[in-house]
Design a protein around this ligand. Structure first.
Ligand code: ZN
Length: 344
């Protein structure tokens, strides 16, 4: 057995999908792409360069375009127009391109984040006990996909016998709604028990009630149009204030960085369907104790591209890195991570 094979040279590690570092054309000695560990056991794939137009010009202002993250959405750095590759492979400007204006200051963003952190009886002073990290404001592209979803579900709910009393200590709106639903179910159960057993003592044994219900929801679901920006994806039903949207105009961004994208509309629609499924399943689970089955029928309609001002706040709580996402237009928290509870 001979160790060294002649003529086999370890290939330079290549990372398709990683945006190329800014290197002047024709200058091959640029920095090597980072982000992928070299694994000698992986079969060597010939790397095929994606078909890149030799000279892509913005058809809105004529400026040269430098696609970095792929050709699905290329933002012109001069005028902000977004070019996409149409079905026939031709470059076309996205016409349904909107924005929201940035309305809150850095201070207001921090304030909103702090309030969100401290919300709830178990979370007082979390903000004070957290260390603030980097805070950034960017215009981030989202596909806003109008989605309607219908679901048929079946399940059971435990009522009677004081079920649920003392269990609703969370104090947020979800728990309040659940408490309301439980009360409603109890009333129905009591009425049913009353009509069946007029001369019997009130039945206080726990009972199981069947719940079978269609639910319908309409959402303008925002899907972040940048791969790798998963933390910018609200997944709890957040919606932008679309009634305030403006036609995109780079002059109205106030010099804030406008992020390009790489997620096309068909992919965004598929993601919107998946999110709709998740939202409606969550809604169904609020109405039962045991969800036995659910059928979900989502429909998506043509979306539009929205550049929204988004504050991204990094912070650390007891050494754990977390983040908060704030809509720079409304000042609302879009999503984030916070400690489950913190004793003060
Ligand atoms: Zn342009």
């Amino acid at each position: 057995m001979c160790g060294a094979k002649q003529g086999v040279v370890a290939p330079a590690p290549t990372a398709p999908g990683v945006p190329p570092a800014p290197v002047a054309p024709g200058y091959p000695g640029g920095p090597a792409p980072m982000g992928q560990a070299y694994n000698p056991n992986v079969a060597v794939q010939p790397t095929v360069a994606p078909p890149m137009p030799q000279s892509l010009k913005c058809s809105s202002c004529g400026g040269p375009m430098k696609p970095s993250g792929g050709l699905a959405l290329v933002v012109c750095e001069y005028c902000g127009a977004v070019t996409t590759m149409g079905a026939g492979g031709a470059a076309e400007i996205i016409q349904k391109h909107f924005m929201l204006d940035s309305r809150i200051s850095n201070e207001q963003a921090l304030d909103a984040g702090g309030k969100w952190l401290n919300k709830g009886v178990f979370r007082r002073k979390v903000a004070e006990r957290s260390e603030l990290g980097t805070v950034t404001l960017k215009y981030v592209p989202y596909w806003v996909v109008p989605t309607s979803v219908v679901a048929d579900f079946q399940g059971t709910k435990n009522v009677g016998g004081g079920a649920g009393v003392g269990m609703m200590a969370h104090g947020d709106s979800g728990a309040k709604k659940a408490a309301g639903a439980a009360l409603f179910a109890l009333t129905i159960a009591a009425a049913a028990a009353g009509s069946q057993n007029r001369n019997q003592p009130v039945n206080t044994q726990p009972q199981v009630v069947r719940v079978r219900d269609p639910i319908q929801m309409q959402h303008n679901i925002p899907v972040v149009a940048v791969r790798g920006y998963s933390k910018y994806q609200p997944d709890d039903g957040f919606q932008f204030q679309l009634q305030n949207k403006l036609n995109f105009d780079k002059r109205s961004t106030g010099g804030v960085d406008v992020q390009g994208g790489d997620v096309g509309e068909p992919e965004a629609k598929a993601q919107a369907q998946a999110l709709a499924h998740k939202f409606i399943e969550k809604e169904a689970k609020k109405r039962v104790d045991t969800l036995e089955s659910i059928q979900v029928y989502p429909t998506t309609y043509d979306g539009e591209l929205l550049h929204a001002p988004v504050w991204f706040m990094e912070y650390a709580h007891k050494g754990k890195a977390m983040f908060i996402l704030i809509d720079g237009h409304s000042g609302q928290v879009m999503d984030g991570e916070r400690p489950t509870f913190a004793l003060w």
